[in-house]
Design a protein around this ligand. Structure first.
Ligand SMILES: [Zn+2]
Ligand SMILES: [Zn+2]
Length: 217
């Protein structure tokens, strides 16, 4: 399996294109502004079949273009604790417009989630099994998608290389975030590659050793 990453939108949010071993099928993780044009065009140019869209959480910078990927036959996976963000993103428009003034109504489009997943859900995509782990604290509905056979996990805005996600946004909670990191991320094998919502990839082992904000217990 191959993981490609492109950072898009005003918050440089990572959009991952995960391609199977045959080079024919793919999954997209998160859909920042611009993904609906750039990444979808890439998928079409390369003749890839899109199997699913994984949404790590409902913040606008991760779901802005999600509707573009919610095509017939494409499964859209997300956690219901962020359903307000997916169903009615326009509720958060004013807040984002304060930071990015040129955003318009058209930038806030809902997405139809086809399956709400939760802690322990398993997904079979690209002939691999992905385990869902619920990692709230940055926001209520943050989940990670873990593929044990590939030793990879897509973690959203929980943990970054040398840092952690914000817990001061609505629905955020620092003790809960720390607990999520310790119980759901630091319990993965040390050589698991973590693909976060922003910035470079890292590993469980590297963060356990040196992350200054989230020390293991
Ligand atoms: Zn976020
Ligand atoms: Zn983010």
């Amino acid at each position: 399996m191959k993981v490609e990453c492109v950072a898009l939108g005003p918050f440089e949010t990572n959009c991952y294109l995960v391609i199977d071993d045959t080079g024919k099928r793919c999954v997209v993780v998160d859909a920042p502004a611009g993904a609906g044009t750039h990444v979808l065009a890439e998928i079409r140019e390369r003749g890839l079949v899109l199997e699913a869209l994984f949404l790590t959480h409902g913040h606008w910078d991760h779901m802005s273009d999600a509707a573009d990927f919610a095509l017939p036959g494409v499964a859209v996976y997300a956690h219901k604790d962020d359903h307000v963000c997916y169903d009615t993103p326009e509720r958060f428009k004013t807040w984002y417009q304060m930071i990015v003034p040129d955003l318009t109504d058209d930038d806030f489009r809902p997405v139809k989630v086809t399956r709400w997943v939760e802690q322990g859900s398993t997904l079979e995509v690209l002939d691999r099994v992905f385990e869902v782990r619920h990692v709230p604290g940055h926001c209520p509905g943050n989940i990670l998608f873990y593929c044990a056979s590939e030793k990879i996990a897509f973690t959203g805005d929980t943990l970054f290389a040398g840092s952690v996600g914000r817990s001061d946004l609505p629905g955020g909670n620092w003790p809960m975030l720390l607990k999520s990191i310790r119980n759901q991320i630091y319990t993965l094998p040390d050589d698991t590659i973590l693909f976060p919502g922003h910035g470079p990839e890292t590993t469980v082992g590297a963060e356990k050793l040196a992350n200054p904000y989230a020390r293991p217990e």
